[in-house]
Design a protein around this ligand. Structure first.
Ligand code: EPZ
Length: 419
């Protein structure tokens, strides 16, 4: 399966952003802690969501899609969850299932999960997750490729994260909500998805404060009810489509987004000369007459997001001047460089730094996606290229983008999936 793209068309029109992949996944994990049904509105139909739903079913929950005046609602009934082993085959498909450890420890007092491997962008260690759970009283054994953890009763403590890991913050937060006493997480990740998780858990009856800041305080409670909640829009999908307008010389209205979640992306795009105007839940983007080279350094939120680094690099390939991109979060997130070079980009890399010398035009080529963000970046480069681009690896992109090719085609892109 591949995307076939005939480039050179400036995109025009309005695109609507779907629910956030990196918010809905921890929300679904958090339903394990609920004692009643949960309803999650604006749930995106993504492959990763299907995997997480299947994991919940294997644990004993029932999960089904409801239609609710056009919006997509996921209903999770967690009342019959009794299995504490996360299925190996599904952990391999989606390594972020590791953040089921916290909820299963909180709910059942034990969990077994296969060691999630690394992926294309790095080894993806989970030491911060495991150390954090141990501080709360979990006894953890790693052997034969599995992690076994158990805790008759988790107890609230001070947890200091060496790095503001998104997943470790979420895992520890979910383990803490049913622990005895107060947990304080220091050097917590501040991403909007952490705030969304706090709000969802508090809707169930948890007592969490501070998400979005460095210190999160969780007061343990006896039990949680259910919740009805709407997941936040996907800031990375929104950023990807903002770049789509900028790279094709077009103009897009990005609907159903939260502009403040995009501040770092908006600031960088404005530096390139791209016009960006924000309103309550929309962003208007118009391409620059001539793109100006800028430097980018990825950082934890609210810094420039690593998940937007490949997409911005595609844009900078066409900027006048030389740009420097430094990837500080992941060890190996330059797999798109080789592919962009096939399209005529002038990029040199040294470790975690890439130097991009802008060129007037890219040319279509056959290229390979190895993760969803570099897949999106190659699609963007194809939209801006002369000629036809074939992007292999559609399955990577569909893990985190809902009907991306349809959304792009609706605003003029000549893109289709090959059968
Ligand atoms: C989340 O991954 C996102 N995934 C990633 O999005 C995102 O890139 C990342 O956060 C950073 O923003 C989901 O939310 C499902 P981390 P996560 O723990 O939680 C190191 C996408 O494209 N680390 O903040 O795995 C780690 O190696 C994906 O949508 C440890 O050393 O990210 C990495 O270098 C890609 N030990 C850094 O921290 C640990 O125990 C950031 O990882 C955990 C992490």
């Amino acid at each position: 399966m591949q995307y076939i793209i005939d480039g050179g068309v400036p995109l025009q029109g309005t695109v609507r952003i779907s629910g956030a992949k990196n918010a809905i996944l921890p929300l679904l994990a958090a339903t394990v802690l609920a004692s009643q049904k949960c309803l999650i509105h604006d749930a995106p139909a993504l492959n990763d969501v299907a995997v997480m739903a299947e994991i919940l079913r294997r644990l004993g929950a029932s999960v089904r899609w409801l239609e609710d005046n056009g919006g997509r609602v996921l209903e999770v009934d967690p009342r019959h969850i009794c299995v504490s082993e996360v299925p190996d085959d599904l952990v391999r498909q989606m390594r972020s299932s590791i953040f089921l450890m916290g909820p299963l420890l909180g709910r059942l007092g034990r969990v077994r999960v296969a060691y999630p491997g690394g992926c294309a962008i790095g080894p993806r260690p989970i030491d911060l997750h495991l150390r954090g759970l141990e501080v709360l009283g979990a006894r953890i054994h790693e052997r034969f490729g599995y992690i076994d953890a158990e805790a008759t009763q988790l107890v609230g403590r001070e947890v200091h994260l060496d790095f503001p890991s998104v997943g470790a913050t979420e895992n520890v937060m979910m383990a803490a909500v049913l622990a005895q006493g107060v947990t304080v997480i220091r050097n917590a990740a501040k991403e909007p998805e952490i705030v969304d998780l706090q709000n969802f858990l508090n809707h169930m009856g948890a007592r969490i404060k501070g998400a979005g800041l460095d210190v999160i305080r969780v007061e343990g409670v006896e039990r949680l009810g259910g919740a009805e909640y709407a997941v936040i829009p996907d800031r990375i999908e929104a950023g990807t489509l903002m770049v789509a307008a900028g790279i094709t010389g077009g103009e897009l209205l990005i609907d159903n987004c939260i502009p403040e979640h995009l501040d770092a992306i908006t600031a960088k795009l404005r530096e390139t000369g791209t016009f960006v105007e924000e309103s309550t839940n929309r962003i208007h983007v118009r391409a620059a007459d001539r793109l100006i080279a800028v430097d980018i350094k990825t950082l934890p939120y609210p810094g420039f997001p690593t998940d937007m680094q490949p997409q911005m690099m595609a844009l900078l390939c066409l900027a006048e001047g030389t740009s420097i991109v430094t990837e500080t979060i992941f060890e190996n997130r330059f797999k798109h460089v080789e592919e962009l070079r096939r399209m005529g980009a002038q990029i040199k890399t040294e470790g975690r730094t890439a130097v991009i010398r802008g060129v007037p035009m890219l040319s279509g080529a056959a290229v390979e996606a190895t993760d969803l963000r570099n897949g999106a970046a190659l699609i963007l480069a194809g939209l801006a290229s002369e000629g036809t681009t074939l992007v292999n690896g559609v399955s990577h992109v569909e893990r985190g983008y809902e009907q991306l090719e349809l959304k792009l085609a609706q605003v003029g892109a000549r893109i289709r999936k090959s059968v």
